[in-house]
Design a protein around this ligand. Sequence first.
Ligand SMILES: O=C(CO)[C@H](O)[C@H](O)COP(=O)(O)O
Length: 229
Amino acid sequence: MSHAMPHHAEHSRGIHIHPSILSADFARLAEELARIRNADAVHVDVMDNHFVPNLTLGLPVVQAIRRATDLPLDVHLMIQDADRWAPAYAEAGAESVTFHAEAAGAPIRLARELRSHGAKAGMALKPATAVEPYLDMLEELDLLLLMTVEPGFGGQPFLDVVLPKIRRAREALDGSGVPVALQVDGGVTRDTIMRAAEAGADVFVAGSAVYGAADPEAAIDELRSAPLR
Ligand SMILES: O=C(CO)[C@H](O)[C@H](O)COP(=O)(O)O
């Protein structure tokens, strides 16, 4: 992209905000979902206490969330043995199902299986996992998630050390011409979203920045407009 272009032209690919219900009140999920009606999708963190040191929710709760909102579900599986468990989340009606590269035995086969169930196929990388070994499989994916915190907990600070990886992924995606969403998750705020968007991300997961606000829908609007300023 030419440096002569106006700053906002770099964001013409769009800014999508996916609030993470990890930071919501789990005893009032339906009400919490009704507080984010202007979101682009709801991000659902599934953790198994093995891949990450935290335990959240599984398939029955994802099925209940599917019935409780019209928003698309962006399911992020932080679980071991993703090959075995991920397809059921696609069958449950998730718009996208994201597994971790570190937890998948056969990522290409799994991505194809998710698509065959009608879901978008997402693959996530922890902060210390290099993206380069996976650049040959971009066409198998609809979404690439680069974690900007160590997965497991909300409320952690954004890891700027991931920014060069976001830039390299953006260059590879633009060079390949394959339409893969580039998502970041962890520590996204009105400040950090600008750096992540400038580096090339276009889908932003935000937990505490949305559910920690008095007005989550206003917080979503602020996040959406922040990189355009
Ligand atoms: O995947 C996650 C943690 O593993 C969460 O989605 C993420 O951390 C969001 O929370 P916050 O915006 O508060 O950092």
